[in-house]
Design a protein around this ligand. Structure first.
Ligand code: NAD
Length: 506
């Protein structure tokens, strides 16, 4: 399309192919089998990783179990654990550039967004370190004269961490520092599409002095590595981020041992725009919300619900802004939207778009695969579709691409009904200058996060997670930290006033 802003390939010396290995019990392990990752943007092999199986998964779980039971991490003071986490945060910041080039090449996301992801992750580690020192249980001094109750929080044990490809470093950092702060030991499996930044994280953990066996990394595919990690007797908890379908498989696999399962899954997140909103800011946030991370984001605002009176002019604003968004070479620091993760996924995005058009929706912009000079065809045009009906697949399913669906409403009740008419409930947003409208929407929206007059702001202090089929449990914040803890009640008789149960016969 002629009227889009497309950045052609820039001159860039690609790094040598990264060789990823498993980290088990503090030792880097190779496998006979390997798998390659071809960059979605550059079409060349950028990493070759050891391909683990049941043997490596079992060995990693055994190492984590030994480390946990030996207490080399779980019984350290909060201060000692925090000092390691703080070192890791510093090391992340010192290594951002090395990590982001590979992250960008493996995922196809723009390098500016990789920098935000990797550099920003250090703050999650620092926040988790603060929890390691300040979190505590409860005491109950009101149970009666000779009783004292103490509620202890203890690490849950060995945790399996399974991560997706779209924010591999960030999502690992939403889980790992919190599990470590709590005193758990872990086995991590990154996505087979973006394994390398997790291996680099392993290097930083060792450099920071994390004891052997406390964090183990196994590279490979969901089946068998992820399946073993979800079903093994010696694993106490699985924390998973990924698709709702795989989340359900993990729940099934874990049921044999009734281990705890925390799930961060898909979303179909609406932004609702009222006529009294700051429409310029809303249009900018909608544009950001749909194209950030190439739309391959659980929090993508892939549908907007706009008041009928302003729908036409609002869509025109978003179309105009979309033409200014810079698409193209992810390694170009100016690029805002990069490549699509696989050719199959590109075809899936296009199928959603073509089906919506065939069902009567209106294509306002884009609607096809987009070649980028010097890089190839694994890119998708910024796409806006209006006249979308709530029953269309594009309005209900996670498209996971730079595609915006536009629906309309007349009343607040209708907007809330459309918001909640979804199997997902990850996030939702509302735009209005009327505080009452925003608060009513926020209270009635079925979502783990509601943004008012903003989109996708997040802080380590605030819990993140979804309702309905967007997941269970919470990440980050003190709620996310608590997921990695068991609660034990200690009931102590501290006096002698108890009447005997058995009365001596007189
Ligand atoms: P995916 O579900 O295909 O894969 C995620 C991970 O699960 C990968 O490591 C994969 O190897 C592993 N896996 C696959 N099959 C498995 C099995 N049977 N047992 C155990 N593990 C298995 O997801 P993806 O394509 O990597 O990521 C995109 C999805 O993740 C989207 O649906 C997106 O919404 C979701 N996501 C959610 C959040 C959130 O916080 N809610 C954040 C990012 C991504």
């Amino acid at each position: 399309m002629k009227d889009l802003t497309i950045n052609a390939a820039i001159d860039f010396d690609l790094p040598p192919i990264f060789k990823g290995r498993h980290l088990i019990d503090g030792v880097w392990i190779q496998s006979t089998e390997t798998f390659d990752r071809i960059s979605p943007s550059h079409g060349v092999v950028v990493s070759t990783s050891a391909c683990g199986g049941k043997v490596e998964a079992n060995a990693a779980i055994a190492a984590a179990r030994r480390a946990f039971d030996a207490g080399i991490w779980s019984r350290l003071s909060g201060k000692a654990r925090a000092s390691v986490l703080l070192k890791i945060a510093d090391l992340i910041e010192a290594n951002v550039e090395r990590i982001v080039v590979l992250e960008t090449l493996e995922s196809g996301k723009p390098i500016s967004q990789s920098r935000g992801e990797v550099g920003g992750a250090a703050d999650l580690w620092r926040y988790a370190a603060s929890l390691a020192r300040t979190s505590h249980g409860d005491s109950h001094n009101t149970l009666g004269e000779d009783m004292l109750g103490v509620v202890l929080k203890e690490p849950i044990g060995v945790v399996s961490i399974i991560t997706p490809w779209n924010f591999p470093f960030w999502i690992l950092s939403q889980k790992l520092p919190f599990a470590l702060a709590a005193g758990c030991t872990v086995v991590v499996k990154p996505s087979e599409m973006t394994p390398s930044s997790t291996v680099m994280m392993g290097e930083l953990l060792l450099e920071a002095g994390l004891p052997a066996g406390v964090c183990n990394i196994v590279l490979g595919y969901g089946d068998p590595v992820g399946s073993v990690m979800s079903s093994h007797d010696d694993v106490d908890m699985v924390t998973f981020t990924g698709s709702t379908g795989v989340g359900k498989l993990i729940t099934q696999a874990s049921s044999g041992t009734l281990k705890k399962v925390a799930l961060e899954l898909g979303g179909k997140n609406p932004q609702v725009i009222f006529p009294d909103a700051d429409l310029e800011s809303a249009a900018d946030a909608v544009t950001f919300g749909v194209y950030f991370n190439v739309g391959q984001c659980c929090n993508s605002s892939s549908r907007i619900i706009v008041h009928e009176d302003i729908a036409e002019s609002f869509v025109a604003r978003v179309v105009a802004l979309s033409k200014l968004v810079k698409f193209g070479d992810p390694l170009d620091p100016e690029t805002q939207v990069g490549a699509i993760v696989t050719p199959e996924h590109n075809a899936k995005i296009d199928a959603y778009v073509q089906a919506a058009i065939a069902e009567g929706a209106t294509l306002e912009l884009g609607g096809g695969v987009m070649p980028v000079e010097g890089l190839g065809h694994q890119f998708y045009q910024p796409t806006i579709i209006s006249g979308v009906r709530p029953d269309m697949a594009i309005a209900r399913e996670e498209v996971f691409g730079p595609v915006l669906s536009v629906l309309t409403f007349r009343t607040l009740d209708e907007a809330i009904a459309l918001t909640n008419d979804s199997e997902f409930g990850l996030s939702a947003g509302v735009w209005s200058e009327n505080m009452h409208t925003c608060l009513e929407f926020a209270r009635r929206a079925q979502a783990g996060t509601v943004w008012t007059n903003t989109w996708m702001d997040g802080y380590p202090e605030l819990a993140f997670g979804g309702v309905k089929q967007s997941g269970q449990g919470r990440e980050i914040g003190s709620y996310g930290y608590d997921e990695f803890l068991e609660v034990k009640s200690l009931v102590m008789r501290i006096g002698r006033s108890r009447a005997p149960w058995v009365q001596a016969s007189t």
